[in-house]
Design a protein. Structure first.
Length: 198
């Protein structure tokens, strides 16, 4: 409808459509290649202190996601925040609801949300259990997979005392709970006694 009005084809639109198009016509430009542009002010000002005008390509609703991906998700976009992404999109494109669409896209971006820093207001956390004597608290982890040894072992169970930093390593054939419990009994409990229970 707006394109038809800008081309001067007023007989193809109704009176109401023509009136609505007339209200918006000074904000749009339709060159001979039939591509619609939005004419909007920029932050820069000209010599006579008037804002400079820039052309923004009017984007079809079916192309909005592609534009957002190109301007935010791509290497050139750089996964900027909402404001910078909006400024980048607004520099070259236009559609109604542009800011809301950019904000929604940036907030739903998996790469951005997974790489953000921790929240500023942290909730209560009990923190780590602090040891007050040797082998009161022991941390355990596996080193897997390892080449199979002559005895059939394919993993290494590491036990570290949180107080002294002393490490015990035990080669094991599997990483199930029963094997770990046997190693714990043999290497920790029989040598150093029961651990601290909070």
């Amino acid at each position: 409808m707006l394109k038809a009005f800008l081309r001067g084809e007023t007989t193809k639109v109704s009176y109401k459509e023509a009136r609505d198009a007339w209200k918006w016509s000074d904000k749009f430009f339709l060159p001979s290649d039939n591509i619609l542009y939005y004419v909007g002010p920029t932050r820069r000002k000209s010599e006579d202190d008037q804002p400079e005008l820039a052309l923004g390509l009017v984007v079809l609703t079916t192309m909005i996601q592609e534009v957002l991906q190109n301007c935010h998700d791509s290497i050139e976009g750089g996964h900027q925040g909402v404001v910078r992404s909006y400024q980048g999109v607004k520099h070259d494109y236009y559609w109604i609801g542009l800011y809301a669409d950019v904000e929604k896209h940036v907030k739903s971006c998996l790469d951005c949300s997974s790489s953000k820093s921790a929240p500023q207001l942290k909730g209560y956390s009990p923190g780590n259990v602090l040891a007050e004597r040797p082998f009161q608290v022991v941390s355990m982890d596996f080193v897997i997979p390892l080449p199979k040894s002559r005895r059939g072992n394919t993993a290494l169970l590491l036990c570290q005392c949180s107080f002294t930093g002393f490490v015990i390593a035990k080669a094991i054939s599997d990483t199930d709970a029963l094997t770990v419990a046997k190693v714990f009994e043999e290497c920790i409990y029989r040598r150093f006694g029961a651990l601290h229970t909070p």
